[in-house]
Design a protein around this ligand. Sequence first.
Ligand code: HEM
Length: 512
Amino acid sequence: RKNRYNLFKRMGINGPAPAFLIGNFYDMYKYGLLKCWEKWRNEYGGMYGYYEGPQPILVITDPEMIKQVFVKDLFSNFSGRRIFPMGRGPKHNPDIIQSEGQDWKRIRALSSPFFSGVRMKEMSPLINNSVGKLLNVLEEKANAGTTFDIYSVYQGLTMEVICACAFGTDLDAQVDTKHPVLLKARELFLRVSQRNALQIAAFLLPELRPLWFRLGRKLGEIFNNPFIYLREHIRHIIQMRRSQKLDRVDFINLMLSATEHANDASFTMTSDDSDTADQSTGTSSGDKETSSSLRKKGMTNEEMEANLMIFLLAGYETTSTALAYTSYRLALNPDVQQKLQVEIDEYFPDDDDMCPTYNSVQKLPYLDMVFSEVLRLHSIAPPIIARRCTKACTVKGVDIPEGVMVMADSVGLHMDKKYWGPEDPAIFSPDRFLPENKAKRDPIAWMPFGHGPRNCVGMRFALMEAKFALTRLLKKYTIHKTDELQIPLQIREGGTFVPKDGVMVSVSKRNE
Ligand code: HEM
């Protein structure tokens, strides 16, 4: 441990001085990660090292270094992710986020087809159906003229959508706002952000992870951890679907066939499924197995459960947060909102009950610019954009020892004047994403979904869902700033970075 705390000094890399045993934990606990990163970035520049407990984190912003870690050397030297202090650890972890090496590649190869263009098109009616219900909820709010938290409304929407698309279940979570699955997911993310004594102990003493993991499970059973409720919910659905053998287009159906066909050499997914899968795996250096040979190995039952849980949580939390941040920005920038409404009206004229499609929403350039700018200013999952060095190597002249976590400072990149100036990067300005401005910038400067073969597998899904919701919402309603809107929004940091106290707005019907 003592040696570990000297690591960055020995490497000749600057950074905040760590305290023995707790690293830089005190600052992180007191001020939060966003504030610490900003302070350290200002003090030490684009590359520095700090310690999360005993875990050394090397923060980088150099585009070439990021490309080497996240793309070129990903499989050979950086196949690990950040390790959750209370998790099972990276070895033989059944879920896509925590697994590494060949296990990750196989799970990714099996999961990518859920997000292919063909699947997106098949899922669009399910999404449109839930967006229709969102409009009904907003109609009530508009009629009542009340101020309300639009974030919690979006949480109902995204929970409903992910349950329909992943499990084929109809939760009706926008109307039944006390649905236990919705409440448990909300509670789970809240608990992660609260850092109880066990979480802190696990964070500071990761060597005892197997103990923390077992203790966490035991205490979870005693104290009704929401995770256990959600896991049982997923198990129940899997059992039901196994016995019913429904022929539906949802994740669970694809996973069931992958599980049932494990090691069946003749099994192939349809060619329609392959358009995202091969981008993710099988193309990097030192990689012998192709995506399709990995897919043939299938998934175990435990992997299926674990990954359905990841999709449920990721599908629910991230997209609702992105929609909440977008509503915040639109409420504060009525000119941008109006311009967006003009674009939507032009593309969907005189059509109150429009049903956007996967292709049609991609033809709205200003919508894409607005959403991209929102994701630039509001990073939702920045700590996860990190790779653990699994084999010592040199990256652009920096010797990186095994075990160091290399994190791309996406928040710093998103605020760097070099890429986003001369206008102050803190200003919300969708024009930064005009094609002529985009062409001048290194694409690495914008990475809300991460980078490389291990980037966000659900990106297409998130973009489609958010764009369906925004086009239909803005066609009918205008979002307004209210006295209760918190400016700037306070952020709650946990697994994700979300508006701590919601987003309090009102809506009005456009044609009245
Ligand atoms: C606006 C919405 C979203 C944002 C901002 C977001 C962001 C991210 C980020 C930053 C990563 C890490 C990428 C990296 O390490 O390079 C990630 C990974 C991931 N995301 Fe998303 N995400 C979103 C939506 C979704 C959705 C809707 C799903 C699934 C339904 C999803 C599933 C995943 C999974 C499974 C991974 C791990 C991929 C892997 O390790 O191979 N995400 N996401």
